[in-house]
Design a protein around this ligand. Structure first.
Ligand code: ADP
Ligand code: MG
Length: 415
């Protein structure tokens, strides 16, 4: 089985050759023929399974069959990094064609986006907020959109983008092909699908469980010893490419600094950084200029960085789904990876849930030469109660600079 089986427009061969995909992934194999046939489609598959090409190739094929210059495909995605990444994939896959794409997201100047929109672009890859700005100022014209993709739909709902999506939909023709991709399929997605789609075909690959190429280990540790344990763990690990998650942007910032003090090349990715800093962090991490990136969940969905060897959950994620998404950053496309999670006694319930989703008990590991008995520092005697203060300040604010603030998170932080 290879990509020839889809009978894609031959002008796409150059692009497919240059990404060097040998054969379609299961989601591509199932979704591409349905998408090519013009069906509405709901695709559910865990992260790292190749969903991007599953919608980009049918879009390109369809665009090649019609007129250019006007926006005929709209891809909506939750984060800037994802928009940039999809735009980039389109650039590669469309190499042998004249099809153009523009990435539309906030945090960067609107000028180049506006210019690209006016010059004419067949594909718009957008985050909801900035797209609405461009619609409002009449720079983005979506009246001839034929294909709409909602990528990472579960994440968009989590981040509170539903009202924005509904507003955008008013500017897109009702007669269109709609594809919705999601790693998980909660009830809200079902509802969104009912509202936006026409008799969709469903393609679900596997259950919502992490890639089997990832091995998982839990490291039980009291809260106050987390940092010490992490440094010890890093010390014992081949730290080529490690992604570390924290619960809040303040914790990400602080931990990155502490790890840097330990002599590592480290950067951070979170909502308190400017778009330029975020891009620089991502690129530096991708290129190996940084061995370690400390991030909030903003980095956990969809981002595709080659060869992440380890994902470390310094803080437990908010939900089992988030765990799966974070872990999806490693072991991508059948490479192997390791996931380490620091767990405190308070994380017990969530650990149970994750084990339920994975239908497996995860191994617990202790580090032999680590002093688990170190006493908790008495903060009341110092004015250095940074942890409590930082958490207190972060309370009620989103941890990644977006509109996200689901109730379970606030509860966790209020602890
Ligand atoms: P998802 O959106 O499902 O999380 P992506 O589309 O980001 O996954 O793809 C994950 C990784 O797999 C990317 O590095 C991509 O280049 C790679 N990939 C996609 N399709 C194939 C394929 N057919 N063969 C090999 N690698 C692939
Ligand atoms: Mg994706």
């Amino acid at each position: 089985m290879d990509f020839n089986q889809f009978n894609l427009d031959s002008r796409l061969n150059a692009g497919i050759r240059s990404v060097r995909f040998q054969k379609p992934t299961p989601i591509q194999e199932a979704a591409i023929p349905l998408a090519l046939a013009g069906h509405d489609l709901i695709g559910t598959a865990q992260t790292g399974t190749g969903k991007t090409a599953a919608f980009v190739l049918p879009i390109l094929d369809k665009l090649l069959k019609g007129p250019g210059k006007r926006t005929r495909a709209l891809i909506i995605t939750p984060t800037r990094e994802l928009a940039a990444q999809i735009h980039q994939t389109i650039g590669i896959l469309s190499r042998g064609t004249n099809i153009r794409s523009v990435a539309v997201y906030g945090g960067v100047g609107a000028g180049p986006q506006i210019e690209a929109l006016h010059k004419g672009t067949e594909i718009v890859v957008a985050c909801p907020g900035r797209l609405l700005d461009h619609i409002g100022s009449r720079h983005a014209k979506l009246g001839e959109v034929e294909i709409l993709v909602l990528d990472e739909a579960d994440r968009m709902l989590d981040m509170g983008f539903l009202p924005d999506i509904k507003r955008i939909l008013k500017h897109v023709p009702a007669r269109r092909q709609t594809m919705l991709f999601s790693a998980t399929f909660p009830k809200e997605i079902e509802r969104l699908a009912q509202q936006t789609m026409n008799d969709p075909k469903r393609v679900a690959i596997g259950i919502s469980a992490p890639a089997e190429t990832v091995s998982h280990t839990l490291y039980p540790v009291p809260q106050h010893l987390k940092r010490g344990l992490l440094l010890k763990l890093l010390d014992q690990t081949r730290t080529d490419s490690v992604l570390i998650f924290t619960r809040t942007k303040h914790r990400a910032q602080r931990l990155a600094k502490q790890i840097a003090d330990g002599g590592y090349k480290v950067t951070s990715l979170h909502g308190n950084r400017t778009q330029g800093q975020r891009r620089q962090a991502m690129n530096g991490f991708k290129k190996g200029q940084y061995q370690i990136m400390v991030a909030t969940d903003i980095a956990s969905r969809g981002l595709d960085v080659d060869g992440i060897s380890h994902v470390i959950n310094y803080d437990m994620p908010g939900t089992a789904d988030d765990y799966i998404h974070r872990i999806g950053r490693t072991g991508r496309a059948e490479r192997s990876g390791e996931a380490f999670t620091l767990v405190t006694p308070e994380d017990k319930k969530l650990v149970q849930k994750i084990e339920d989703v994975m239908s497996a008990k995860l191994p617990r590991q202790t580090l032999p030469d680590f002093n688990y008995g170190s006493p908790k520092p008495d903060y009341s005697k110092q004015n250095g109660n940074a942890e409590a203060k930082v958490n207190g300040k972060a309370n009620g604010k989103s941890n990644n600079g977006t509109k996200r603030n689901p109730p379970h998170r606030s509860k966790r932080r209020a602890r």
